[in-house]
Write a protein that binds this ligand. Structure first.
Ligand code: NAP
Ligand code: 8YV
Length: 309
């Protein structure tokens, strides 16, 4: 008989098929809402970067032993509550780093060079009336990265190809050649493009607030591929609307799938629907890692990618 597995995330069909082949899959909303079936025998759960695995949800699953996150960010999981129960938590680091860094650069180039408007300009016939307005040069500009982790470092490596100077902030300086600033505020004041590559959670909530945006200034651009909660989106919409910031390009939002309404009509904004890791090959690699963690757990072996202690 197949054992039961709780799924509280939208997953690629390639992973769904594998899960259904191996388990009796019980589905619920991203925060476990709608979970009506008996939960006493559910020992494993699959979530994603957007899921909310609260202490309350964990409490409703007395047999739970494993939480597998399809994604690297696990800020939605109450890891402390899981640890108190001896429940293991895994995620999918590394395999998505390249894609997320690639999209950060795509967004940076897109917002600086106005590629969204350029496409429309070329399609619409407006081109016949004169040339496209000038945009902002990227090569040689100053890049600031909030969170020089796996993804932040990959963005920095890509920026070297554009001869950008790189600076960063984090909780502590690292043994790297990039300049370190102890706060997001000081970093913002020193760069042209500020990229958020840090995860969510209480310690990074609204790290980019109105003051940081003010410091980035009317010539500055914000790019966010980290988590929506890191940026005060209302303050961002206000700064953009009043041109106190040159532009913003965002893949993640405070209230997904609903970007702040104040952002939607602005022409100095480029939006993406949380798709930085959504390429075929990376989603396959993430799916494989989810299955590998589930299999290792079932076999009583060490888990390939547990979240750090
Ligand atoms: P990582 O290697 O753990 O990097 C996170 C970095 O953030 C670390 O270098 C850490 O440096 C820094 N950091 C942690 N807490 C901080 C704080 N309170 N203030 C300032 N810096 C802090 O993780 P990763 O693999 O690069 O992933 C980073 C995040 O990207 C994920 O957590 C996820 O939210 C996001 N992500 C988004 C997408 C997407 O689709 N848009 C896809 C994948 C990941 P220190 O320890 O030195 O502070
Ligand atoms: C995914 C992410 O889009 O890895 C993360 O933290 O945010 C993304 O890679 C997400 O987990 C899948 O929904």
């Amino acid at each position: 008989m197949k054992s039961r597995l709780l799924k509280i995330a939208r997953l690629p069909a390639m992973l769904d098929e594998q899960l259904h082949a191996r388990y009796e899959v019980v589905e619920a909303g991203e925060d476990g809402s709608g979970l009506s079936a008996a939960t006493d025998d559910i020992r494993a759960m699959v979530a994603n970067g957007e899921s909310r695995v609260s202490r309350e949800l964990i409490g409703r699953l007395p047999a739970l032993q494993l939480i597998v996150v399809f994604g690297v960010g696990y800020d939605g999981v109450d890891v402390q509550a899981a640890r108190e129960r001896g429940i293991q938590v895994t995620h999918t680091p590394d395999v998505l780093t390249d894609d997320v860094a690639d999209l950060a650069i795509t967004l940076l180039l897109g917002i600086a060079r106005n590629t969204r408007q350029a496409d429309q300009f070329a399609r619409s016939g407006a081109w016949a009336n004169g040339p496209f307005p000038f945009s902002r040069k990227v090569s040689g500009a100053r890049l600031g990265i909030i969170g020089l982790g796996r993804i932040g470092a990959a963005i920095a490596r890509r920026a070297a190809g554009f001869e950008m100077s790189v600076a960063y902030t984090g909780r502590r300086p690292q043994a790297v050649d990039y300049r370190y600033y102890p706060s997001a505020l000081e970093l913002a004041a020193a760069v042209d493009f500020l990229v958020v590559a840090v995860g969510g959670g209480a310690s990074t909530f609204h790290l980019v607030d109105a003051q940081v945006l003010e410091a980035l200034g009317p010539e500055g651009y914000l790019i966010n591929v980290g988590r929506g909660s890191v940026v005060d989106e209302a303050a961002l919409a206000d700064a953009l609307a009043h041109r106190r910031l040159a532009g913003a390009a965002l893949d993640v939002f405070e209230n997904e799938p609903h970007p702040h309404p104040g952002l939607l009509a602005l022409d100095n904004v480029l939006l993406a629907p949380h798709m930085a890791s959504a390429t075929w090959s990376t989603r396959r690699a993430m799916s494989d890692l989810v299955l590998a963690n589930l299999q290792a757990w079932a076999d009583g072996k060490p888990l390939p990618t547990p979240v750090p202690e």
